[in-house]
Design a protein around this ligand. Structure first.
Ligand SMILES: Nc1ncnc2c1ncn2[C@@H]1O[C@H](COP(=O)(O)OP(=O)(O)OP(=O)(O)O)[C@@H](O)[C@H]1O
Length: 362
């Protein structure tokens, strides 16, 4: 069911945890909230679940106002499934019964509920733990039981707060696939919180980047990466350099005294701009610039590094299939970029007009 938040606010001891969030989430979306620790993600989810009362604003679930000034529907009446970091399991029930319970509560026979629970336990790779009590599980295993129970509940809205946080990378990858497959199958509107960009990009239909209680940008994963709205989002998502440039119109900008084809918002005015340069905008091995590699890391099949180019103001992020080495000097060119829609004063190190002179190699 659709979820609608309108100027939602919550503060603790006079400090805003959620500082006015407005968004409409469509039925069936997989909506990821991505942000650093302490930015208010969990508080936002708790407000939607009804575990906290907002100081202001509204929460609507399926068109019904469940939180507003003077109105607060308790969590159990909201028909949302929750998987929270510390979500309690029933300690006296074994794992299978924890998962079977919501199925039985929905009116199915006990043996049917238990056999469906087995299916969900297979999904989260916990079949062999079915007879254990929650106290006999690791933190990550308990989280998986909570996830299985949520899947079993069949809620039309699912709220997940870092459900994969305590899992090892292999299990995490397979659980991501399971969550994606489950979402595709059940189509429940899902709000999923993480501080892991890779996870956000892999799962989301849309991502909200959150900072200090607000949504900085809400967009598809591709748009967030390729068309960030602000310098803060550009720096938070992926690797980038923010360079001063001059937009000369028709998708062209001058950066460091040479012309590059760029993508720009339609309304971009001619003149000084800030350009976001990603690794796929930099070609190594040929071009008018010369740079020195620094901070080289091997990332399984790819090498990543920064390239210091005199006069550019900021090192360029690069990646390459061939082995890179710290200190290596090579030719390169900037082959693309994105013009930030906000004024260039936001980018540190911006020189008016972008007229700085890099080391040019003929
Ligand atoms: N019950 C509370 N009482 C006082 N302050 C709180 C409470 N809950 C959260 N906060 C504060 O509100 C801010 C947002 O917290 P929240 O847990 O929503 O962040 P988060 O983005 O989920 O962080 P993390 O990724 O570390 O879980 C933090 O500064 C936190 O210390």
């Amino acid at each position: 069911m659709p979820i609608s938040l309108s100027d939602l606010r919550k503060s603790y001891d006079g400090r805003d945890a959620v500082a006015g969030v407005t968004v409409d989430i469509e039925a069936g979306e997989f909506f990821v909230v991505l942000g650093p620790s302490g930015c208010g993600k969990s508080t936002l989810l708790r407000l939607i679940a009804g575990l906290e009362r907002p100081d202001g604003g509204e929460v609507k679930l399926d068109g019904n106002t469940v939180s507003a000034p003077g109105r607060h529907l308790p969590p159990e009446d909201r028909d949302v499934g929750v998987v929270f970091q510390s979500y309690a399991l029933w300690p006296h029930m074994d794992v299978r019964d924890n998962v079977a319970f919501p199925i039985e509560s929905a009116g199915r026979a006990r043996n049917v509920a238990r056999s469906e629970a087995e299916t969900h336990l297979r999904t989260v790779a916990l079949t062999e733990f079915a007879a254990r009590k929650p106290a006999e599980l690791s933190g990550g295993q308990r989280q998986r039981v909570a996830l299985a129970r949520c899947l079993a509940g069949g809620a039309k809205t699912i709220l997940m707060d870092e459900p994969l946080a305590n899992l090892d990378p292999h299990l995490r990858a397979s659980m991501e696939e399971e969550i994606a497959a489950f979402h595709a199958r059940a189509g429940a509107t899902t709000i999923y919180i993480t501080h892991d960009q890779r996870e956000a990009m892999a799962l989301a239909t849309r991502v909200a980047v959150m900072g200090e209680g607000r949504f900085l940008q809400v967009a598809t994963p591709e748009d967030l990466h390729d068309r960030p709205a602000t310098a803060e989002v550009a720096r938070f998502i992926g690797r980038s350099a923010l360079l001063p440039g001059v937009y000369s119109g028709s998708g062209h900008a001058r950066v460091a005294a040479h012309d590059i084809a760029v993508n720009a918002p339609e309304e971009t005015a001619l003149g000084p701009v800030t350009l976001v340069i990603r690794p796929n905008d930099v070609r190594l091995g040929e071009g008018p610039l010369r740079g020195r590699l620094d901070r080289v890391f091997y990332r399984g099949g790819m090498w990543e590094a920064l390239v210091e180019v005199d006069g550019l103001g900021e090192a360029l992020p690069v990646s390459s299939r061939r082995r890179l080495a710290n200190g290596e000097v090579l030719d390169l060119s900037i082959t693309g970029g994105w013009v930030l829609p906000e004024p260039p004063s936001e980018a540190p190190g911006h020189h008016a007009g972008g007229q700085s002179t890099p080391e040019l190699v003929e």
